[in-house]
Design a binder for this molecule. Structure first.
Ligand code: GLN
Length: 490
């Protein structure tokens, strides 16, 4: 395994010193994407002309001396982010030819900084899934082993970073969709606190859980990306108007005396032995760095998956009502009247998992069942949040595995939705609690597949996650190893 890849800061220095231009950089990324995308199925849309125009604009800005750290840096987006004039499918047939009419706020902020956007990345349809196999355009492949899944739903976003087919990407995380694929592909992925990053222009799955976040090669890159997209947005009423700290400045310093909580409910028998070995080694590394391990309890953990699948499907059934064949997306109209047109468009446009969730959610919200399911789930959600707030009175962060196993073979869980849902058992609680959490590379399985660790932080304490993760990266090299099926060389 080689470890030659550059970070955003290293590349920025090369751009500023004219060692390389953004056009050269962008051309070489586009060339490598062209050469390997057929094998890995990571990009759904490659924005060649737009990317080169952005690169030229970035080069002019660098020449004038007003470059930002992201100016001229090639990035890519999960295909859930609206980006003006570009096809945005959300991994679904129903939006196959949908051209976004405006930019999502996160995309607009990256553009303002002069970043180059290479294209749109594969994902599970409407972000529902844990393996990218629910994409209407075929699964992305894991660059560490192409017979394995990337994880999901932001599978293309994780794989693009791992395969060096973008410097960094954006994903979304409703129940683990940034962190689980980050773990499976050996990259860093951060789900910010609910409200930290605007959701405006991001296709909605479950609006009370969805959050936008970066996927990167290193924790420092993650700090740079988060700094660029975080902050209040009047266009998203759930975004919070609170100060965005300087995440990069906050990385400095040691972590002596930091209290790391180990929730006893997450370290139960039955945890995959390789995941356990990696997490044990991670605990040892943090102990060597001077952190203090404290056992904590999150007693309602057992209810998290059930609670999530009631709330997420209920919200999804409502959010997805807008795809009716009238306003945008696919229309199937055989002349049998309006209701039939709705029915046929939705039947043809949505995949099996999306239909399953719409039905589950509609059921949970129907009169007579609302109190028993949806309302009950909301109450359990409050209990789960209270568990975290109580634990955070004793500790600064919580350390857990990200996923119960390393990346699994393609096809292994496609016929067993329940097994697939259990992939998110360790990531869902942070979404229900609304707090921030990060996945970062922590080791490898015997078969050479990456395994991540999860750090969960207090609400709006992304800076502590980044600082602790950065300290870990200074004494380990898991994050800089390169996947064997690497699309790029930079
Ligand atoms: N895998 C989970 C689901 O299918 C989480 C997805 C996500 O975070 N978008 O709902």
């Amino acid at each position: 395994m080689s470890s030659t890849s550059l970070t955003i800061r290293a590349l920025h220095d090369k751009l500023i010193s004219s060692e390389i231009t953004s056009r050269q950089l962008t051309e070489s990324f586009l060339q490598e994407i062209g050469a390997t995308n057929d094998a890995l199925n990571i990009y759904l849309t490659i924005c060649r002309d737009e990317a080169l125009a952005m690169a030229d604009a970035a080069d002019r800005r660098i020449e004038k001396g007003d470059a930002d750290i992201l100016t001229g840096i090639p990035l890519a987006l999960k295909d859930i982010f609206l980006s003006e004039g570009v096809r945005t499918t959300c991994g679904s047939q129903i939006l196959e030819n949908f051209i976004a009419p405006y930019d999502s706020t996160a995309v607009a902020r990256l553009k303002e900084r002069g970043a180059v956007l290479l294209g749109k990345l594969n994902m599970d349809e409407f972000a529902m899934g844990s393996s990218n196999e629910n994409s209407a355009f075929g699964a992305a492949r894991n660059p560490w082993d192409t017979s394995c899944v990337t994880g999901g739903s932001s599978g293309g976003s994780a794989a693009a970073v791992a395969a060096r087919m973008a410097m960094a990407t954006l994903g979304t995380d409703t129940g683990g969709s940034i962190r689980q694929p980050a773990s499976h592909c050996g990259v860093v992925g951060l789900k910010p606190t609910y409200g930290r990053v605007s959701r405006y222009g991001v296709i909605a799955y479950a609006s009370s859980l969805d959050q936008v976040g970066p996927m990167t090669r290193s924790v420092e890159d993650c700090a740079i990306m988060l700094g660029a997209i975080a902050g209040y947005d009047p266009l998203d009423s759930t975004s919070i108007d609170t100060l965005v700290p300087d995440y990069c400045a906050g990385l400095i310093g040691d972590i002596k005396g930091v209290r790391i909580g180990l929730p006893k409910e997450y370290f139960v028998d039955g945890l995959d032995p390789e995941v356990k070995r990696v997490i044990d080694a991670t605990i040892a590394t943090y102990t060597d760095l001077g952190a203090q391990m404290v056992e904590v309890s999150l007693p309602h953990t057992d209810y998290a998956v059930a609670c999530y699948y009631l709330i997420a499907t209920a919200e999804a059934s409502s959010n997805l009502a807008r795809y009716d064949g009238v306003r945008f997306g696919k229309r199937v109209d055989k002349g049998d009247g309006l209701i039939e047109m709705y029915r046929q468009s939705r039947a043809a446009g949505f995949g099996a998992e999306v239909k399953r969730r719409i039905m589950l959610g509609t059921y949970a919200l129907s009169s007579g069942y609302y109190d028993a399911y949806y309302l009950k789930a909301q109450k359990v959600r409050t209990l789960i949040r209270q568990d975290f707030l109580a634990a955070f009175e004793k500790v600064d962060v919580i350390l857990t595995p990200v996923a119960p196993t390393p990346a699994f073979p393609l096809g292994e869980k496609t016929n067993d939705p329940l097994q697939m849902y259990l992939s998110d058992i360790f990531t869902i609680p942070a979404n229900l609690a609304g707090t921030c959490a990060m996945s970062l590379p922590a080791g490898f399985s015997d078969a050479g597949l990456p395994i991540g660790q999860q750090l969960i932080g207090k609400p709006f304490a992304e800076a502590s996650l980044l600082k602790i993760g950065h300290a870990f990266e200074q004494v380990t090299d898991w994050h800089s190893r390169q996947a064997p099926n690497c699309g790029g060389t930079i």
